[in-house]
Design a binder for this molecule. Structure first.
Ligand code: RTP
Length: 149
């Protein structure tokens, strides 16, 4: 648990026009945006990102879908960013995602569940290094004292 914890959040389906809403939710919750870019990723890059899922029956379809259009690579920082980010996303299957969560509000199908979020601090670090090899610029925010004790 750290107020400096970072998570990698990646909306897909940019065509649906939901990226701004997803960004707003993280901003409103109190997280600090520390990196963001639009990327049309190659299958090879996505296979690295989803390496843990290699062998799953849905893996080829997942890579094909994610490579079919742009994604938005983002890093958000703040208290318990990884766990809170997952709560904000909802369950992997939108059928089980509560209304009020990103998937519970915007998704119906597990293979189109709108947004990825790191599932652990270690995977967040790996994912951030994979998507932002150029590094991340740090900047001061005067809001911290109003958001964290
Ligand atoms: P994510 O990595 O995208 O945040 O999702 P997650 O941890 O909740 O779920 P994970 O098991 O890591 O699966 C990664 C993505 O693969 C797609 N998926 N499709 N057709 C299927 O049964 C199935 N299962 C998973 C989803 O898009 C999921 O987010």
């Amino acid at each position: 648990m750290s107020v400096q914890e970072r998570t990698y959040i990646m909306p897909d389906g940019v065509q649906r026009g939901l990226v701004g809403n997803i960004i707003s939710r993280f901003e409103q919750r109190g997280f600090k945006l520390i990196a963001l870019k639009l990327v049309h990723a190659t299958p090879e890059h996505l296979e690295k990102h989803y390496a843990d899922l290699k062998g799953k029956p849905f893996f080829p379809g997942l890579i094909k879908y994610m490579a079919s259009g742009p994604v938005v690579a983002m890093v958000w920082q703040g208290l318990d960013a990884v766990k809170t980010g997952r709560v904000m996303l909802g369950a992997t299957n939108p059928l089980a995602s509560a209304p009020g969560t990103i998937r519970g509000d915007f998704a119906l199908a597990v293979g189109r569940n709108i947004c990825h979020g790191s599932d652990a601090v270690e995977s967040a670090e790996k994912e951030i290094a994979l998507w932002f090899p150029e590094g991340i610029t740090q900047y001061e925010s005067t809001l911290a004292g109003w958001i964290f004790e």
